[in-house]
Design a protein around this ligand. Structure first.
Ligand code: HPA
Length: 285
């Protein structure tokens, strides 16, 4: 029942507010190999997902399962260290839950990061790709089911899902830090099996530049409840499905994603400062 879901969101929000008094401005979701960004944060509180009522518990490799609160570049942030994936068996609605809770804590900005394979042959492992848009190939949507306007609108607009103004801030932040930045469309699949080579060529033909097993569900939920969204992919492996396609291993994905993660971290304070200062409103421009 939708009223029960809204009650659960309120309950989790109250429990967190009892421990973390400062309102949150920015939510960051850290993907595979990127969780140690948290080490750079002066954090003042961390809650295990299992200690927050209603929170699903992340089981994916390298995903810690903690909600961390603190200061990053002088801004109040919450970090989901460890995310929830469809392939773990969580429903799209369960994946939406933490996002709705952190929205209720006051957050207005969401930065999603993930590891992704490159469909675009011009990309290289360890590149960072700014997500300019996504295609949801999962067949799931967190908004399916009963609706209540307390969650946001029934039919959220997705035409500017990854905010164009924030994209400009991201470009400038990478530029100022002399770090190369790729840009492209993230194709979201459920996994957990990786794609066949034919599937990868197909995803490319359909407009994808990188492919991964997360992000699209979170971003749909975030757009519904009014977040301004930005996304970065750590390109962890070549996934173009061409004649030279190599097998992928999780070890390689983690290792290469961590290299791209360090690049993200270098420019992140810069990005957070300019985003907070000059974000404006989330209007088409
Ligand atoms: N496919 C899907 N998900 C991924 C990949 C990939 O090649 N690399 C990292 N996450």
């Amino acid at each position: 029942m939708i009223e029960y879901e809204i009650k659960k969101i309120k309950h989790a929000t109250q429990i967190i507010k009892g421990q973390v008094s400062k309102p949150v401005e920015i939510l960051m979701i850290l993907g595979t190999g990127l969780g140690n960004i948290v080490d750079q944060l002066s954090f003042n509180h961390a809650l295990d997902y299992k200690d927050i009522p209603g929170f699903p518990t992340s089981t994916a490799p390298s995903h810690a399962g903690r909600l961390v609160f603190g200061e990053f570049a002088g801004r109040s942030v919450a970090i989901m260290q460890g995310r929830l994936h469809l392939y773990e068996g969580w429903s799209a609605r369960e994946i939406a839950f933490p996002i709705r809770v952190v929205k209720a804590l006051g957050a207005t900005k969401l930065l999603v990061t993930n590891a992704a394979g490159s469909l675009n042959p011009a990309f290289n492992p360890a590149d960072v790709m700014m997500i300019t848009d996504h295609i949801n190939f999962t067949g799931h949507n967190p908004l399916i089911g009963p609706h209540n306007d307390a969650l946001g609108v029934r039919f959220p607009d997705m035409s500017n899902a990854y905010d164009r103004i924030v994209q400009r801030h991201i470009r400038s932040a990478f530029d100022r830090n002399n770090i190369a930045l790729q840009e492209g469309v993230y194709a979201g699949i459920t996994g957990p099996s990786l794609e066949t080579s034919a599937e990868r060529r197909y995803l490319r033909q359909l407009g994808g530049d990188a492919v991964g097993m997360s992000t699209v569900i979170e971003v749909v939920a975030a757009k519904q409840c009014g977040f301004q969204v930005a996304g970065l992919s750590a390109i962890s492996n070549r996934a173009d499905g061409g004649p030279d396609q190599l097998p992928d291993t999780i070890e390689e994905v983690l290792e290469i994603a961590a290299i791209a993660g360090r690049k993200m971290l270098t420019m992140l304070p810069d990005l957070i400062r300019s985003w907070s200062k000059g974000s404006g409103v989330n209007k088409n421009d």
